[in-house]
Ligand binder design. Structure first.
Ligand SMILES: Nc1ncnc2c1ncn2[C@@H]1O[C@H](COP(=O)(O)OP(=O)(O)OP(=O)(O)O)[C@@H](O)[C@H]1O
Length: 371
């Protein structure tokens, strides 16, 4: 950060928050280490902004504790005001002061004097917007406004930065570039950052850890790769990427499925009916004799890949896990046909009706069937 304040640890312990009868945060725990970037990822309404506002000091928790750099800032008795927490906050869509130019927006929270001038000029330089300094917010593009909002939050030298869906208002192409630039800048500064997003790609590329939120709880707090490969439950698996699910029977760490035996990526005890999750990239197309034989029943073009719907050919005497099957149902001594999409990358030359083989790469995540 610009001044001598060191990036801080954030500790959130058993925090609860309700608005009227509606419980918005339940037993929220997380620790963000100094200089770490952590994303809060979840569907709309799961409580992401509320958690950020509690940390910033705009709301009081009903229960639990929040500490910044080892200092208690909120619990049942203590409440340190937002301006005393030294936390930078970039709200959704920047929220610049419309009557102030860029220079004065950035300097808004600083006392007048040479130090303010130095800080604003440094921020203009750092965020690459020096030439915009005299312009009014309405004269700026969405991306430029985001940079000003970031410069304003960084100018007082906060010990932590909270970003609430800062790239939401930008179109897709600009969003990726601005996100990359801003996160690279924050990395150079060594800032502790909490980033709210509902875009899993943004969370993965930006963060050291991802906190997956659902119904006011953090259901998983992990490195991005673990969240993607070993999501704690089916909903988290679906939130962070596309997947194919099968029924199976688990025995000794191996799931018996219509695709054949698949090793379990997570620990499971005993033998049981289970739900098996494979990421799309774990399913590969091959010659029929080099994989589980199937037939192509549909092709959807997506640009850099095409999605082929395939129906597994009934396997004679296959060990059919309970509940597994498609519309055809089981025939005597044969597994039922089941249908799912497989991605084919360019170049490819598949047609509807082609016979293919389906191969599985790597282990699968195994869940309770009712999950
Ligand atoms: N001040 C408030 N008064 C009453 N209800 C509120 C208040 N703030 C938030 N809520 C409710 O709390 C729930 C969580 O809201 P929050 O803004 O934290 O969700 P979010 O995950 O950030 O959603 P989004 O991604 O849409 O911004 C919502 O149902 C919202 O209506």
């Amino acid at each position: 950060m610009r001044n001598e304040r060191q990036p801080a640890t954030l500790q959130v312990q058993q925090v609860e928050k309700s608005f009227g009868a509606r419980k918005v945060l339940r037993d929220v725990d997380c620790v963000v280490e100094p200089g770490q970037v952590v994303s809060l990822l979840g569907h709309s309404g799961c409580g992401k902004t509320t958690l950020l506002r509690l940390i910033a000091g705009f709301e009081r928790p009903d229960a639990g504790r929040i500490s910044v750099a080892g200092q208690l800032v909120a619990d049942a008795r203590v409440f340190v005001a937002a301006e005393k927490r030294h936390i930078g906050y970039v709200p959704q869509e920047g929220a610049l002061f419309p009557h102030l130019n860029v220079y004065d927006n950035i300097g808004f929270g600083l006392s007048k004097g040479p130090a303010r001038k130095r800080a604003v000029e440094h921020m203009l330089e750092l965020t690459g917007i020096a030439e915009l300094s005299a312009l009014m917010p309405q004269q700026l593009s969405g991306g430029q406004q985001q940079r000003v909002a970031l410069a304003r939050a960084l100018a007082p030298g906060p010990r932590m930065l909270l970003l609430d869906e800062p790239f939401n208002a930008l179109d897709a192409a600009l969003r990726a570039t601005i996100c990359q630039d801003v996160m690279a800048l924050l990395r150079r500064l060594g800032a502790t950052v909490l980033l709210v997003t509902h875009d899993q790609h943004e969370a993965f590329v930006s963060s050291d850890r991802v906190a997956v939120m659902r119904d006011g709880r953090i259901v998983q707090f992990d490195e991005p790769a673990r969240v993607y490969r070993q999501p704690v439950d089916v909903q988290t698996a679906q939130l962070v990427g596309s997947a194919v699910f099968f029924d199976g029977v688990l025995r000794d760490g191996v799931a018996q499925t219509a695709l054949g035996p698949i090793a379990a990526a997570n620990h499971c005890d005993g033998a049981a009916a289970v739900r098996v999750m494979l990421r799309h990239e774990q399913l590969r197309l091959a010659e029929p004799e080099q994989g589980r034989p199937a037939r192509v029943t549909g092709i959807a073009f997506h640009g850099h890949y095409s999605s082929l719907t395939v129906v597994l050919e009934p396997a004679p005497q296959a060990e059919t896990p309970p509940g597994m099957g498609g519309a055809d149902g089981a025939q005597d001594g044969a597994a039922p046909a089941i249908e799912f999409p497989v991605r084919a990358h360019y170049p490819f030359d598949y047609r509807i009706g082609d016979r293919v083989g389906v191969r599985v790469l790597g282990p699968a995540m195994i869940y309770e069937p009712q999950a």
